[in-house]
Write a protein that binds this ligand. Structure first.
Ligand code: HPA
Ligand code: ZN
Length: 346
């Protein structure tokens, strides 16, 4: 099988990767806030920024770990005030995603970042949900929302957040767990995830990005997570790798994020080939594209340039993403048929 190195097959490889229908399952919509849009929203909402220019803001995007990123990410999200801000943010993302071959997007959002500043839950959810509907009409993208609890806050606060979101229960399909991982194990949120399960919500959790393999195990055992977000540290435990492979648990891997947050020194050192070789259901995602240097296809291109990945791997990654999505089975089947046609050039 010919490796898809961009240097040897520049346009063919890129066109092929772009053409594959993909699901993006790990994208924090607040992390799609581009510096230009951030300045524009600050201006229209009368907010003073501690940066003189877009360039000065971009220069601050030099992260050493997850926390150094989160500090800047939460500060940036403070310009989002109105329903239109949330709508515009998500529509800008969908436009980029459509160009990358995304047919399905499941957007994480962090309501506590906004409600703590006095923004109403309805403002956040209605703005994002309207954009999800518009994504179908404008770009043919099927989209849904996943409400994330901030794990550096208490479980009680997570319960209050879930309660505030219940009037909008029909506008989101699941719950997730994000923010500072170290020192905040999944067990902390056992009861609120159980409640979410009773409400018929899907459950996913960040685990094994900076935290140990044990956090992946407790996300599965205690939170009953259906997918693990990141999960790259699973390779430190051969038993866990075997378990994830046997169960077919999807891992939503974010290569450019991992490099920017110093989980791996560079893309060439990423363990994506090892994850694939172990038979894990890995898919690729952008995480926080405005902060980490690229959208979904940038992650694909970066990996296919830096790592020994094949055309068959590309099809596997796309298939994994579609199969791991929470879209209705009929939609998934249609995309998988589309993938088979793109893969065979028909
Ligand atoms: N990890 C944890 N929390 C986050 C991330 C991430 O990569 N991005 C936004 N919130
Ligand atoms: Zn994430």
């Amino acid at each position: 099988m010919t490796p898809l190195a961009r240097s040897s097959l520049p346009t063919v490889a890129e066109a092929f990767l772009r053409s594959l229908p993909k699901a993006e399952l790990h994208i924090h919509i607040e992390g799609a806030l581009e510096p230009g849009a951030l300045f524009e929203m600050a201006r229209r909402n009368g907010i003073d920024l501690p940066y003189a220019s877009v360039e000065a803001l971009r220069a601050a995007y030099a992260f050493t770990d997850l926390q150094s990123f989160l500090d800047i990410y939460y500060a940036g999200a403070a310009v989002l005030r109105t329903e239109v801000d949330f709508f515009d943010l998500a529509m800008a993302y969908f436009e980029r995603a459509a160009a990358d071959g995304v047919v399905r997007a499941e957007l994480f959002f962090d309501p506590q970042t906004h409600t703590a500043r006095g923004v109403a839950m309805g403002t956040v959810i209605e703005g994002l949900a309207r954009a999800c509907r518009e994504a179908g009409a404008r770009h043919g993208i099927s989209a849904d929302l996943i409400l994330c609890f901030l794990r550096h806050l208490s479980e009680e606060e997570a319960f209050q957040t879930l309660e505030q979101a219940l009037p909008y229960r029909g506008r989101f399909i699941g719950v997730g767990l994000d923010s500072s991982e170290r020192g905040h194990p999944p067990e902390k949120f056992a009861r609120v995830f159980a409640r979410a399960g009773e409400l018929g919500l899907h459950r996913v959790a960040h685990a094994g990005e900076e935290g140990p393999p044990a956090y992946i195990e407790s996300a599965l055992d205690v939170l009953r997570a259906e997918r693990i977000d990141h999960g790259v540290r699973c390779t430190e435990s051969p038993d866990l790798v075997r378990r994830l492979a046997a169960a077919g648990t999807p891992l939503t891997v974010c290569p450019l994020s991992n490099v920017k947050l110093c989980v791996f020194p560079d893309l060439a050192s990423h363990n994506l080939p090892a994850l694939l070789a172990a038979g894990l259901k890995v898919n690729l995602n952008s995480d926080d594209p405005a902060y980490f240097g690229g959208y979904l296809l940038d992650n694909w291109l970066g990996c296919f340039e830096a790592l020994p990945l094949t055309r068959a791997d590309a099809v596997t990654l796309a298939r994994n993403s579609l199969e791991a999505s929470f879209a209705p089975a009929a939609e998934r089947q249609a995309w998988l048929a589309q993938l088979d046609m793109a893969a065979t050039g028909r």
